[in-house]
Design a protein around this ligand. Structure first.
Ligand code: PLP
Length: 391
């Protein structure tokens, strides 16, 4: 009998990948499947970025690089942060990673151990809770409320801090809700954190460029009082349709950046060299594609929310960012997982049960609207027919 480490039994997963596998299997068997399950842009990576990656390989950029990323890319991130957040960051605090995800894992490994508590949004990206449990720490959920556009309550977060709290994970705009936390709530939280100087914050801002209704993105990097304890997570996956390239970055507090780099050396040595050069082209090059993708998502957002709100037993708040709608389906009388399975098996529409994002997701479904308007309308037609048949 093989003896596995106990921590393997607490590792969670991202159900979106399982639903994707089931949807692909049904599609391979000839079923018509509309995939509103997976959270990735349906656009191609802009051509000038692809070309930069190709050119880098042709130029012989095939070897190991510095573990924290090539200086040219960290300089490009520095410039981008100055443009987007108005903040000047020492490039030595920037660590390039293979995607946004590894930073969550590194943060959980750096702060988590038995006896420690780490707070995380619920419903939230499932890897937060998984990584916290894997570290041995106790995950403490921060409930998000539909009534406030799936924001958290700063007062509640501050109330839940204990002497064991080491790290608070935040995510705005958010997966799976599309919620955007109002600046006033962030101000309140940051003010309150002055009383808890030993608590670090990881702000997952991977959807920072996908915000609607002319709202500015409020970054926690803009609060100088947090600079010695803030980990900012961002990357290229969602903004530049680069999920499969595996490229992300984090800004760490000055003292922690070398430790994050040490974790990178232990884990993956460095990010694929050509991908890093493509990342420079993305940040330094024209941003028209980013804006046209954002506009397309905005149009789809309005279509899907209107359609969902017209269905019996369903109501959906207008998401302020990302590319997810998170309708309340309690009025259908079905549990989230049941409706998820029915939609896939009986209607050929792949979506994700809210419970895949934590216990507070019961009664909700996540729809990724990274799909064409025509497909979204057809998916809605199928869902309406399914709900009618059930009622
Ligand atoms: N953070 C959030 C909130 C996400 O939704 C995702 C991907 O779905 C990630 C991070 C991970 O991004 P990446 O693919 O760059 O690892």
């Amino acid at each position: 009998m093989l003896q596995l480490a106990q921590r393997m039994s607490v590792l969670g997963t991202e159900t979106a990948f399982e639903v994707l596998a089931r949807a692909n299997k049904l599609a391979a068997a000839g079923r018509s499947i509309i995939n509103l399950g997976i959270g990735q842009p349906d656009f191609r990576t802009p051509a000038h970025i692809v070309e930069a990656g190709r050119q880098a390989l042709a130029d012989g950029q095939h070897g190991y690089t510095a573990a924290n990323g090539i200086p040219e890319l960290r300089r490009a991130v520095h410039d981008d942060l100055k443009r987007s957040r108005g903040v000047e960051i020492d490039p030595e605090r920037i660590v390039i990673q293979p995607g946004g995800k590894p930073t969550m894992f590194f943060a959980a490994l750096m702060f988590g151990e038995p006896g420690a508590e780490i707070m995380y949004p619920n419903p939230g990206f499932p890897i937060y809770e998984s990584a916290i449990r894997f570290s041995g720490a106790t995950p403490v959920p921060i409930p998000l409320y539909e009534e406030t556009g799936f924001s958290f309550s700063a007062e509640e977060v501050l109330r839940k801090i204990t002497p064991q709290t080491r790290l608070i994970i935040l995510n705005s705009p958010a997966n799976p809700t599309g919620g955007v936390v109002p600046k006033a709530e962030l101000d309140k939280l940051v003010n309150g954190l002055a009383r808890h100087p030993n608590v670090a914050v990881m702000s997952d801002e991977i959807y920072s460029r996908l915000i609607y209704d002319n709202q500015p993105h409020v970054s926690l990097l803009g609060y100088p009082q947090l600079q010695d304890r803030l980990i900012l997570l961002d990357g290229w996956s969602k903004t530049y349709a680069m999920t499969g390239w595996r490229l992300g970055y984090a800004v760490w507090p000055q003292d922690l950046a070398p430790l994050a780099t040490k974790l990178a050396v232990n884990d993956h040595s460095c990010v694929n060299a050509a991908t890093q050069w493509a990342g420079i082209a993305a940040l330094d090059g024209p941003q028209d594609d980013v804006e046209s993708m954002r506009r397309a998502f905005d149009e789809r957002r309005k279509v899907i929310v209107e359609e969902l709100n017209a269905m019996p037993g369903v109501r959906c708040v207008m998401p302020g960012g990302a590319f997810y709608a998170f309708p309340n389906i309690k009025g259908t009388g079905l549990a989230s997982a049941t409706l998820q399975d029915k939609l896939l098996n009986e209607a050929g529409v792949a979506v994700i049960a809210g419970t895949s994002f934590g216990a507070h997701g019961e009664g909700y479904l996540r729809f990724s609207y990274a799909n064409s308007v025509a497909n979204i309308r057809e998916a809605m037609r199928r869902m309406r027919a399914l709900l009618k048949a059930i009622a």
